[in-house]
Design a protein around this ligand. Structure first.
Ligand SMILES: Cc1ncc(COP(=O)(O)O)c(C=O)c1O
Length: 388
């Protein structure tokens, strides 16, 4: 067995495992394993390495910041880099979403949103969706749908109701004067890339407003450009009251953010953490947003994403016995297969391409935002070979 895998197997918590190889280096759209094999990375750490790997601009920025100031607790001091980052982030968020709580991961961003919704409304209820994924800490897990993720840890947090995703009537029934918030992903990522219709998002906004409930969009996977707009909800022209972000935001440096409308904020001491808002992750976040803006990467995501989608749709016509459906937006795309996804992932890997599963039947691609048509062609060609 590979030495790195052996050590991780020996000392890891048991929560992860079955690694095919150890990745030891990355550059641009490629990563290398410890044996020197090269892979085209369309997984990006589940949608994280949006500028690819070892990008010189991000590397320079975090190197500079490491030599300047890494830590500065938000509870004690303000900080120049954090202040610039907060201003930058709220400059791209929709509507009047301009209050930010910074943390270190997606699940924390969702926990924060849930606490904020309860504190702001004084109500206990959270309406969330079947098939949803919101993270693995107790509050976020209570919103997450999948039974195997939840069952060993019950009892979970009370007050959560799961309803079918996309069903306006069910939403209308579930939201009451006890509801603090409706929590949903505009595109359900882990479930298999299922987009909500624009109409459903507009109805969710209307139903929340009519009942005095808050609308929370979990854009941990879709946010910061993944779908070709800064936020997936912009495609529908619907703004939430609270927006959860992580993944792409730091380009690989851990950071999460919960952004709320100006009237929705914590009181002093109601929430906090040690690492959230540290200048190193803020510098990464600032650099990512500036880079996407300066290099017009949203246009690249839209253009290359459409190119990928067209290619996949042609492939689906060619291979109806292998492909059931193609779904996605921008550079968040899934192929729903007619069989289990595992064997196809292995074949792709053997051909030098890293992709992801989402659910049992979906092959998911979250390439970096700097990807070009050339690399998309490479993936399309390999798919043509490996799919029956
Ligand atoms: C929509 C969504 N919310 C929350 C999370 C949890 O994020 P993290 O793994 O950083 O805790 C994820 C992770 O995949 C996600 O896709």
């Amino acid at each position: 067995m590979n030495r790195w895998i052996e050590l991780e197997t020996q000392h890891g918590s048991g929560a992860y495992g079955n690694w095919p190889f150890a990745l030891t280096r990355g550059e641009g759209v490629y990563v290398w394993d410890s044996a020197g094999n090269k892979y085209l990375d369309f997984a990006t750490g589940i949608g994280v390495a949006v500028l690819g790997h070892a990008h010189p601009v991000l590397t320079q920025a975090i190197t500079d910041q490491t030599g300047t100031l890494i830590t500065c607790h938000s509870g004690y001091f303000a900080n120049d880099v954090r202040a610039r980052f907060l201003a930058k982030l709220t400059g791209i968020t929709p509507s009047d979403l301009d209050r930010v709580f910074l943390c270190n991961s997606g699940t924390e961003a969702v926990e924060t949103a849930l606490k904020l919704a309860r504190a702001h409304t004084g109500r206990p209820g959270i309406v969330t969706m079947m098939r949803s994924f919101h993270g693995r800490t107790m509050g976020s897990l209570s919103a997450t749908w999948k039974k195997p993720f939840r069952a060993p840890f019950e009892p979970l947090v009370p007050g959560f109701t799961h309803i079918p995703f996309g069903d306006t009537e069910a939403l209308e029934k579930a939201v009451t004067e006890e509801t603090a918030a409706v929590l949903l992903e505009p595109i359900q990522g882990e479930a298999g890339v299922y987009p909500a219709s624009e109409e459903y998002l507009r109805e969710a906004r209307r139903i929340c407003d009519a009942n005095g409930a808050l609308l929370i969009f979990d854009e941990v996977q879709t946010g910061i450009g993944r779908t070709g707009k800064w936020f997936a909800c912009e495609h529908a022209g619907v703004a939430p009251d609270i927006l959860c972000l992580a993944k792409a935001l730091g380009g690989g440096i851990p950071i999460g953010a919960t952004v709320s409308r100006s009237g929705i904020a914590f009181e002093k001491g109601q929430h906090g953490n040690t690492f959230g808002g540290n200048p190193l992750s803020c510098r990464a976040g600032l650099t990512i947003i500036e880079y996407i803006e300066e290099h017009d990467l949203l246009t690249n995501i839209t253009r290359v994403g459409a190119y990928f989608m067209t290619g996949l749709e042609q492939l689906a016509q060619q291979k109806p016995s292998a492909i059931r459906d193609i779904r996605g937006k921008g550079l968040m795309i899934a192929i729903q297969l007619r069989g289990k996804v595992g064997p196809t992932l292995v074949k792709l890997r053997d051909a030098g391409i890293l992709a992801l599963a989402a659910g049992r039947m979906n092959l998911r691609f979250l390439p970096p935002y700097i990807v070009t048509e050339k690399e998309i062609d490479q993936v399309l060609n390999v798919l043509e070979e490996v799919l029956p």
